[in-house]
Design a protein around this ligand. Structure first.
Ligand code: CTP
Length: 408
């Protein structure tokens, strides 16, 4: 994605088995466009070597506050100052229990802790990826330290759960490199939706004909999932209401799986009272078979074909948009229009018909299943085009457009 293009990250390693993942993280940061300066504690060097980290980062590694080499282009023998001044963030991964305890107390007895203390706190954020045994993580002292670090403005990422190197199972593993990259990219995104709770519907619906057959459409859910991710990156609490798709849930996003349009409406109705926004990206089936057949429809050998009759599904979005909270502006509703032709005209008409302030038009056959798309935003001011780009890039732009339009 190159989400971190132009960012300079100081990657700190403190002591822990998870140092093996830090090598992978370093590689992933570089691949994502960042430049990386590695700083290791003496304990980290017991688990991986400066040689490995130098090879992966393409820069000499610093391990000691007494290292007299040029740092940050300066020859003043003050690596702890120079290295942090050029950083967009210091990421300590793994952050051991001991390292976090030392940060809490403002200790500065090795290069990495010294650098964390000496960094300009408003300009160079500190992000920690804790890694330790489950008992160490659960210990009140560690939990107290995490709380204090957060209160001091440090971003302490979650830990993973599962099998640990010590043979025990529980919370405390360091997140996987791809999860860390995701969280670091999220950290750098602006937060215009902080305090909002956004519902996103995504994917197709599936309308059963009998227990083994049904009607659906070609929506892949990718656009809706990208919007859920982008809204979460923008600081919102996000719940995805997803039709039957096999996509992974974006990190930090809640998910409710549904099948039919009626299921989707029921789930959204339960969630809407706590929400401040609804983005209806789902390709909801307009009709469903009139009869729900309990058993599989069998051929009788005569060549006769079954006759299906349909009833119209509820218009989920139009119903939500007609609610008093939506009308008062307390619930901001965004609709999508999947069209095959005359996008502009259909999108304008659909916005009025659905009663939503913003409608996002796209050409269904050109986007279903693809990784990229192009959007046409329609509101009472006119139209805004978002030219073809990856769905995540478009989702971030759309979220920024929505944030600009939120009342107040
Ligand atoms: N939608 C909905 N409930 C439905 C049908 C659509 O909530 N029963 C929502 C979609 O999630 C989307 C918007 O309404 O945000 C428009 O969906 P679309 O399928 O493009 O339009 P339709 O209303 O179905 O109209 P048509 O099929 O005639 O274009």
């Amino acid at each position: 994605m190159n989400d971190l293009a132009g960012k300079h990250i100081v990657l700190g390693l403190s002591g822990g088995i998870a140092c093996y993942k830090a090598a992978e993280l370093c590689r992933a940061l570089v691949k994502d466009g960042a430049t990386v300066q590695v700083v290791m504690t003496e304990a980290a060097e017991q688990f991986t070597t400066a040689v490995t980290m130098q090879a992966l980062s393409g820069r000499p590694v610093f391990t000691s506050q007494w290292d007299a080499r040029t740092s940050g282009g300066v020859d003043n023998n003050m690596a702890h100052i120079n290295l942090s001044r050029e950083a967009d963030a210091i990421v300590v991964a793994p952050a051991s229990a001991d390292f976090m305890a030392r940060l809490v107390h403002g200790r500065a007895d090795d290069l990495l802790s010294l650098m964390c203390l000496a960094r300009p706190i408003d300009k160079v954020p500190l992000i920690l990826a804790p890694a330790m045994n489950r008992e160490m993580w659960a210990h009140p002292a560690t939990q107290r330290n995490v709380k204090q670090l957060r209160a001091d403005g440090t971003t302490v990422l979650d830990v993973g759960a599962g099998e640990q190197a010590c043979g025990e199972t529980g919370d405390g593993r360091m997140l996987e490199p791809e999860e860390l990259i995701y969280d670091i990219a999220r950290f750098f995104q602006p937060k215009p939706l902080a305090g909002q709770h956004v519902l996103v519907s995504a994917g197709p619906t599936f309308e059963a004909i009998d227990p083994v057959r049904g009607l659906t459409n070609l929506s892949s859910g990718k656009m809706g999932f990208a919007i859920a991710r982008a809204a979460h990156e923008a600081g919102a609490q996000v719940t995805l209401v997803a039709g039957p798709v096999g996509l992974p849930t974006p990190r930090g996003v809640g998910r409710v799986n549904v099948k039919s349009a009626q299921n989707m409406q029921k789930s959204l109705d339960l969630l809407v009272p706590g929400a401040t926004g609804v983005i209806s990206a789902a390709a909801v089936a307009d009709w469903r078979p009139a009869l729900a057949v309990e058993h599989k429809i069998k051929k009788d050998g005569s060549g006769a074909v079954p006759t299906l009759s349909f009833v119209e599904n509820p218009d989920i979005l139009a119903t939500i948009a007609a609610s008093p909270r939506a009308k008062s502006g307390a619930l901001y509703c965004v609709g999508f229009a999947a069209e095959s032709h005359d996008l502009e005209e259909h999108a304008q008409a659909k916005r009025l018909r659905k009663g939503v302030p913003l409608l996002v038009g796209n050409i269904g056959p050109a986007t279903f299943g693809q990784d990229d798309n192009a959007l046409l935003l329609v509101d009472d001011q006119g139209m805004t085009e978002l030219p073809r780009a990856s769905k995540l890039v478009l989702a971030r732009q759309l979220v920024a457009e929505i944030a600009r339009r939120l009342p107040g």
